[in-house]
Design a protein around this ligand. Sequence first.
Ligand SMILES: Nc1nc2c(c(=O)[nH]1)N[C@H]1C(S)=C(S)[C@@H](COP(=O)(O)OP(=O)(O)OC[C@H]3O[C@@H](n4cnc5c(=O)[nH]c(N)nc54)[C@H](O)[C@@H]3O)O[C@H]1N2
Ligand SMILES: Nc1nc2c(c(=O)[nH]1)N[C@H]1C(S)=C(S)[C@@H](COP(=O)(O)OP(=O)(O)OC[C@H]3O[C@@H](n4cnc5c(=O)[nH]c(N)nc54)[C@H](O)[C@@H]3O)O[C@H]1N2
Ligand code: SF4
Ligand SMILES: [Mo]
Length: 743
Amino acid sequence: MVERTAFRTCPFCEATCGLEITLRGADVAKVRGDAEDVFSRGFLCPKGVALKDLHEDPDRLRTPLVRDVDGELRPASWEEAFGVIAGRLGPLVEAHGGDAVAVYIGNPAVHGLAALLYGRVLIKSLGTRSLFSASTVDQRPKEISSGLMFGAPLSIPIPDVDRTQHLLMLGANPLASNGSLLTAPDMRGRLKALRARGGKLVVVDPRRSRTAEVADEHVPIRPGTDALLLFALVHVLFAEGLTAPGRLAELADGIEAVEELAQPFTPDAVAPVCGIEPETIRRMARELAAADRAAVYGRIGTTTQEFGTLASWLIDVLNVLTGNLDRPGGAMFTRAAAGQRNSSGAPGQGRGLRLGRWHSRVRGLPESLGELPVAVLAEEIEAPGEGQIRALITLAGNPTRSTPNSGRIERALDGLDLYVAVDIYVNETTRHADVILPAPSPLQRSHYDLALYQLAVRNVANFSPPVLPPDPGVPDEWVTILRLAGVAAGQGMLEDVEPLDRMVASELLRRETGDPHSPLHGRDIDELLAEVEPRRGPERLLDLLLRAGPYDLTLADLEAAPHGIDLGPLEPRLPDALRTPSGRIELAPAPIVADVARLRAALSRPENGGLVLVGRRQLRSNNSWMHNLELLVSGPERCTLHVHPDDAARLGLEDGAPARVENRAGSLEAPVEVTDAVMPGVVSLPHGWGHDAPGSRLGVAEAHAGVNTNVLADEALVDALSGNAVLNGIPVAVAPVPAAVPA
Ligand SMILES: Nc1nc2c(c(=O)[nH]1)N[C@H]1C(S)=C(S)[C@@H](COP(=O)(O)OP(=O)(O)OC[C@H]3O[C@@H](n4cnc5c(=O)[nH]c(N)nc54)[C@H](O)[C@@H]3O)O[C@H]1N2
Ligand SMILES: Nc1nc2c(c(=O)[nH]1)N[C@H]1C(S)=C(S)[C@@H](COP(=O)(O)OP(=O)(O)OC[C@H]3O[C@@H](n4cnc5c(=O)[nH]c(N)nc54)[C@H](O)[C@@H]3O)O[C@H]1N2
Ligand code: SF4
Ligand SMILES: [Mo]
């Protein structure tokens, strides 16, 4: 059979590696790294290779499932599936209002065009404020600090890894995660190059992670205390006259306020809480200040914790005070080819970020970016009364494994009147659904990383057309989302989504043609639509977004460049990239300043001798959903509890033997792995496991079930400002499981 080669960006993590896919007819023969990809240059990880396995996975859904009268999920036609939804959703909204329908959008939604471009249409049709996403178990604190400081939530400074001479990294392990809020394929190679040119890598992490192992210095820290450490670094910069903001002083408001706020956070005051010597903290500050070009970068370990927003803010305060923000080798703003908020509209000024425009009904947690924290989802389903959530739509989400107190979420799901999942598996969450609508294989969809290219370490753009044609009768994911929107709007199942899709495209163009700063300003909408004929769906929208973007590109340009287009290294973008109402960098935004008192209180917290739990990512996992691929789960069991030898000895825990881990939220049993990679007082479990739930259809994953760490994450513990769940630094008790007494 004839072989052909196709090129496609890997959709699984944030690194956006180029893949070279060899096909024989409709069969995938091989997946390799695309050596000519302008960004990844052949790099890939085992998950990229597993694209073939995902494509072929017999458990991956190819047809809708509908729950029948016996309570079984059985195959159904698309008409039937949408019929069931239409028959139940309409009356429900009629009786209880739009807010009774919640939407939860999961992580894979960010790695595809369908939900990014059409999710909003669905939400608008539902007219619901009950919107949740994986972002509030992830990066919401960083989005809030960036939104307040720079005016847009995705205006996140990216460490210029390829040119920096000093990288201070906190709570990130890119050698396992391949980078996050830092799109940079081959971080191992990039960090190696940093050290080879005489630069220094410092990793702050309670664990000696794979990244800490290759660093010049590993600074173990007590979980949840990064904001204290960072404030102490700020304190030292001021106390020793080491601040050097340079031209940023002209652009920023609030430098004096920050100095004032940092007063109590002396190295001596934070040291016992962080578990780091005061002299180490002083040296870290001095080295950061002395470096030619330095960047401070934090990830999951700094956001999914009690002081996530403060830590996220302080990271960029340090980037400003050292003069490293917005300069090569520092922390810079990417200039994406399409869809970037901080390069549309008037340069240098904008509406900024508003928080808490509404609050959750039961606990009163604030809205941010139009969403409520997912930590309140269970209680909002359970608590009766006006505004109670009675129906749920999940778009590429697995909240019963990924969100806090997932035991409670599981129970809550059974109380829903209607649950519709757009998903590719019957897994721990979707097994509760009344209807599951599958998305096609990634190989049957086009791809462009609209979100991730806004966070990349170089300016790049790469579009992949579908590698294989769709299966007959199976709609693309964007069509399914638009049809759901049609049903929500009471129009029944749309046979033809084009009128609605055209409306979406026209809406986009109305904004662009009306914006005096857009390259499309003043153009005729119909004429522009005609120019992108015969494109439809995400490809039409992407083509329009590229035309409205800063590089004068069209989709045809990207189609002509299957290995991507390199748009160059990051360049200084301030003050133009700012979208704050003041047109300045807000170094001391009011909501953040108000939260500092909470951190001050943590200074005098009594030393807690108990154990705390943190997570860890593993190269061959992707949150909760790639464990059904043999290639990624083979080998020794990975879902183990890491325990320091001192703690193991003290608690009587043995390597390989099971331990019970428990706290207020729940309890589980996991095999112990004794290792000095974790610091004393800290235990670690990876998340995304626990695949033995009855009713899920994951043949391979069930045989490598592991345990679900999020039964231990307490939904009551959130970062106050963002409502983001605390998933790291969770107090737990650990004890050996007594051996069963033989009968
Ligand atoms: N304890 C702990 N918990 C964590 C974390 C942690 O570090 N520790 N990390 C958090 C983070 S950062 C995140 S992002 C969240 C993730 O939270 P979620 O997004 O809720 O969980 P995922 O495991 O990514 O599940 C993705 C779902 O999408 C489905 N899916 C995969 N591909 C597609 C597709 O193309 N289309 C559709 N429609 N569905 C698809 C999968 O089958 C699965 O059901 O987890 C969070 N939870
Ligand atoms: N292989 C793989 N890659 C992935 C994913 C995956 O599941 N598997 N998930 C993707 C997603 S959704 C995301 S958001 C990214 C996340 O990307 P990263 O943030 O790089 O992911 P982690 O490997 O979880 O790294 C977090 C580190 O924080 C440490 N940590 C825990 N608590 C604290 C603390 O209080 N302070 C400090 N300083 N450190 C702490 C942990 O020990 C861990 O080493 O990865 C993405 N890439
Ligand atoms: S590093 Fe990420 S993008 Fe690259 S091959 Fe692996 S999963 Fe795919
Ligand atoms: Mo994430």
